[in-house]
Write a protein that binds this ligand. Structure first.
Ligand SMILES: [Zn+2]
Length: 491
């Protein structure tokens, strides 16, 4: 019998965000223990689902889900939350052993108040507890700011290789299979890791387009070499002011470090050769609404400055103001505004309300907007996405949700919980056909595209101001590594 512990603490930390990531936020967004992990993930397309699958059809393998803590991207994890969660992780690991291996479902861009490399600290503590001989398999998001501390303490690291991330399950299956082969003594994974002195704009990170499509395909071609077991390219996560912020790549070979190193250098050189394509362009909110056209498919406006998947507050109003000023017809936007949801529910279905919407968390995401509308629907905000969209989640909960109908066939969906715009079911479950809308705002850059692109006509990237603006020059970095393209010129 092979017994494997499954656990993780996954957070993408936007160190510029004003949203505190304390224990209460983790509890709201999702701390799952034991069977809860199976219920939420076994039938999903997440990395946890891939790890769980390793023990499904083989009675000689037991994957034991312990705890998985996750919070929507937001500010630094408080010292207290990090302490409590890691203490629970380690005591579960200690009290339920012995283990033949450990699966860690991390994100790779977590920062706590105490540890700029929170993922490194977690993998280090797990290694310290289980000892040198137990293989540790780690999955990371493609946005991980990978550090040598994570690499030093893991046995196998596998990163998502798609953005939007639709391969989370497959990458975890790959990681699990390499760990099982290691436990069985059939392979000896060795990893080579390289940080590339470059950051790629969020606007250029889609793996469906150049330069990332070319970079990832080049990296994957090296898998045809004998003894190369796995390769991962990491785009990095630019909204974290930490030393490791930026791109990296990692190659795993079977016992041949020199080969892993040479192959990884080849991938790093390929990434570097594309650096002139790492900057992108996005228009302003006013320019975006002017560009929208009458089409038989909805225009999709991507609200880059309020990218929920990157730590935006989900209540920016710049695009709402621009749409109201331009009297855009058939507009649809989802905003996080628990206060107004409460007011609308209290007023009741069919009530006419006059409310101030959005921009309530800080002064960087517009101003609250006074709107008149009718409460046309009230829902519990729960929905399910059966197909693999960004991140692979299946069960979603936006909390109590209302639809506000306004003049010019404008619809606002207001939620009490922040939810990644990763599924059209968020709209469809409210009886709204997204296909019938003329203009839809999705608060994200690349991540919403897996769900929204199939129904969208024109897709417009909008560089709204905010905590996830594509204009990186406006962020005051103190800790990032230097030199780093494009901030500094590197020959
Ligand atoms: Zn990501």
């Amino acid at each position: 019998m092979i017994r494997i512990a499954l656990l993780g603490l996954a957070h993408e930390t936007n160190t510029f965000s004003s949203v505190t990531t304390d224990l209460a936020k983790f509890e709201r967004d999702g701390i799952l223990r034991g069977e809860e992990i199976i219920a939420a993930h076994a039938t999903a397309h997440t990395s946890l689902s891939g790890f769980l699958a390793a023990g499904k059809d083989d009675p000689s393998i037991e994957v034991v889900p312990l705890i998985w803590a996750w919070a929507n991207p937001s500010g630094a994890i408080t010292k207290d939350a990090f302490n409590q969660l890691t203490t629970e992780m380690l005591s579960l690991l200690r009290n339920n052993g012995e283990w033949d291996a450990v699966f860690l479902a991390q994100h790779g861009a977590a920062v706590s108040e105490e540890f700029p490399d929170a993922d490194g600290e977690i993998v280090r503590r797990v290694r310290e507890l289980v000892g040198e001989d137990i293989p540790i398999g780690v999955t990371l998001d493609m946005h991980a700011n990978v550090t040598s501390e994570v690499v030093r303490n893991a046995t196998v690291i596998v990163g998502f290789q798609t953005n939007p991330h639709i391969d989370a399950r497959e990458r975890a299956e790959e990681c699990a299979s390499l760990i099982l082969e290691t436990v069985r003594g059939r392979i000896k994974p060795v990893m080579a890791f390289t940080q590339i002195p470059a950051v790629i704009s969020i606007l250029r990170q889609s793996t469906l387009e150049e330069p990332m499509s070319v970079i990832v395909n080049h990296a994957l071609r090296t898998l045809s070499k004998e003894q190369i077991l796995s390769v991962s390219v990491f785009e990095g996560y630019p909204y974290a002011d930490v030393e490791a912020m930026g791109m990296s790549c990692l190659t795993i070979s079977d016992g041949n470090y020199e080969l892993a190193k040479a192959t990884n250098q080849e991938i790093a050189d390929e990434i570097w050769s594309h650096k002139s394509d790492f900057q992108g362009y996005a228009c302003s909110a006013a320019e975006a609404v002017i560009q929208t056209c009458k089409d038989n498919r909805p225009n999709l406006l991507l609200d880059v400055g309020d990218n929920i998947g990157g730590g935006g507050p989900a209540d920016s109003t710049f695009l709402l103001v621009a749409a109201l000023e331009a009297k855009v017809n058939g507009f649809l936007m989802i905003l996080h505004d628990p206060h107004v949801v409460g007011l609308c529910i209290a007023s009741g279905l069919g009530a006419k309300v006059s409310v101030e919407i959005g921009a309530k968390k800080d002064g960087r995401h517009g101003k609250p907007v006074l709107v008149d509308g009718v409460v046309s629907l009230i829902s519990d905000g729960k929905y399910e996405e059966p197909t693999p969209t960004h991140g692979g989640f299946r069960f979603f909960d936006s909390g109590p949700t209302v639809v506000l109908e306004m003049a010019n066939d404008m619809l606002l969906i207001l939620t009490t919980k922040i939810t990644l715009p990763a599924s059209l079911e968020q709209i469809r479950s409210l009886g709204i056909r997204p296909e019938d809308r003329r203009v839809i705002v999705a608060k994200g850059t690349i991540s919403p595209q897996a769900a929204y692109r199939p129904i969208a006509g024109k897709v417009i990237l909008v560089n709204t101001p905010g905590d996830t603006s594509s204009d990186l020059q406006q962020f005051n970095y103190k800790q990032r590594r230097r030199p780093l393209h494009p901030f500094e010129a590197i020959s």
